[in-house]
Every structure is written in C-alpha cells, then in structure tokens.
Design a protein around this ligand. Structure first.
Ligand SMILES: [Zn+2]
Ligand SMILES: [Zn+2]
Length: 255
C-alpha cells in the first residue's frame, strides 16, 4: 500500500501545501481520499505518474466542507478516459443524497460546467453506515463528530481515514489493528480548545496506540501553524506512539 499526500492541510492551501487530498494505491487500485485543492497535483509530475497506472478510480468524500471539495471543479482536466467513481455520505447523514448535494454545488453560477454534464465516465455512489462495496472496493464507514456530518472511512480492512472529527472512543474500535491510521491533528499539544469538532495531536496519538495500529499518519494539518510547529507536533506524537509521522505533500509513504 502506498499513500501519497497531495494535500495534507485543512482549510487553506499555502505556497507549498494543498488542502485535503490523498492518493492511496491499495490492492492494485487507486483510491483518492477527499477532493481538496490537492487534486491539482494530478496535473503535475507526482500525480501524473500515479494516474497513468490506473484506469478505474474511486474518489471518497469524507463530508462536503469546501476545503475537501474544491478540487471537484478540477477533475474534468485530469480524469478524461478514466472510469471515475465518486462516493460519499448521503441520506443517512443529510436531508439530501450525495447526487443532489454535489449537483447543487457544482453548477452555474458557481462553476461554468454542471457536474452532471462533465465529459467523464462518472459514477456517483452513496455510502451507508457499515460495509459498502464501491466498484469492487470494500469501504466501511462510521459516523463522526464534526460541525456537519462527516464519516470515518476504512478501506479494504487495511487503512482508516479519520478526518474532520473530534476524538471518539468509537474511533479506537473502528481502527483496531489497522495497518495505517490516517487521523486529523488540526490542533497541536499547545492548542487546547473546548470545541470538539477537531482533534488534537495528543488524542490522535493516544487513539493510534490504543487501537494498536501499525502506523499513524497525521493529516488535515493546521495551515496557520508554521512548519516548525508542525514538526514539533510530529515529535510530540512519537513520544506517545512511535510509529507516527506527519503527512507531507508529495512524499509517499509505503506500508
Ligand atoms: Zn476540513
Ligand atoms: Zn470539515
């Protein structure tokens, strides 16, 4: 399994890092986690080298906040001649299904081309709590705690992607003995807030240790922290869970 962060930040892209997007090469398939501005990297050397190896691609959306979604307006440029499956939470979580939500957002006057008219082989799937199969890929999901509904995602029983969520005991059970736990760490050890819609690094590392994950990748980093502060967060995480590392844009992680 190879995970290449294409956008390791939450909220705001910076000069060097994009928002929320991860390429996951797993069991001979390409899965993309979230559609932040990091999708733009499929137009660059790192993304192109990955994309050319795969025909059938699954893109999973954790929720519909714009830092996870902006890249949907870039996809007509990069996924021509591919079979693209987009999956995300729907009626179990929101008043409307995924198709309605996405078609409401990607249409004039917000973007010139409506999603439904994209010249792509595009398929949209709604995910329900528990086990799902999307184009042959096993995707298990759980409900998380966030300002709007978001889902934790488990791929092929090997990788857990938990972003835009407060810390939760259910996360530990869901990620039990997973190979790679990707967990948000929007707040560092000095940034304590009452608001439980995001997770601090201390809780992320503790949950990885309790879940006995093989490795932890810290994702959805805070774009307002300078690099030094992010690196200090990685060191702190390792003092709790040694197999922790900070997701870094365009640096692949193989497990
Ligand atoms: Zn976010
Ligand atoms: Zn969010």
């Amino acid at each position: 399994m190879i995970v290449t962060p294409l956008g390791s930040l939450g909220w705001i892209p910076t000069g060097t890092n994009h928002t929320c997007c991860y390429s996951v090469e797993i069991n001979g398939r390409l899965v993309i986690l979230d559609a932040g501005t990091g999708i733009a990297r499929f137009g660059g050397p790192v993304g192109q080298a990955i994309l050319k190896q795969y025909q059938n691609i699954v893109l999973i959306l954790s929720h519909y906040h714009l830092d996870h979604l902006t890249g949907l307006i870039y996809i007509p440029a990069f996924f021509k001649e591919k079979e693209l499956h987009i999956a995300g939470p729907g009626r179990q979580f929101y008043p409307a299904g995924i198709e309605t939500i996405l078609n409401e957002m990607i249409r004039p006057p917000y973007f010139s081309q409506p999603l439904k008219d994209y010249p792509l082989d595009l398929h949209i799937h709604e995910l329900n709590e528990g086990g799902n199969v999307v184009a042959g890929l096993e995707v298990e999901i759980i409900r998380q705690h966030h300002s709007d509904p978001s889902i934790g995602v488990k791929l092929e029983n090997q990788l857990c992607y938990m972003t835009d969520t407060g810390p939760a005991e259910a996360t530990v059970a869901f990620c039990r003995r997973t190979r790679l736990m990707m967990h948000e760490s929007f707040l560092d050890q000095n940034d304590r807030r009452e608001d439980k819609t995001h997770t601090g690094v201390e809780d992320a590392a503790r949950m990885a240790r309790e879940a006995e994950a093989e490795a932890l990748m810290l994702v959805h980093q805070n774009p307002l922290y300078p690099e030094k502060r992010l690196l200090a967060m990685e060191t702190f995480a390792r003092s709790i869970f040694p197999a922790a590392s900070l997701a870094k844009d365009c640096i692949s992680f193989t497990i």
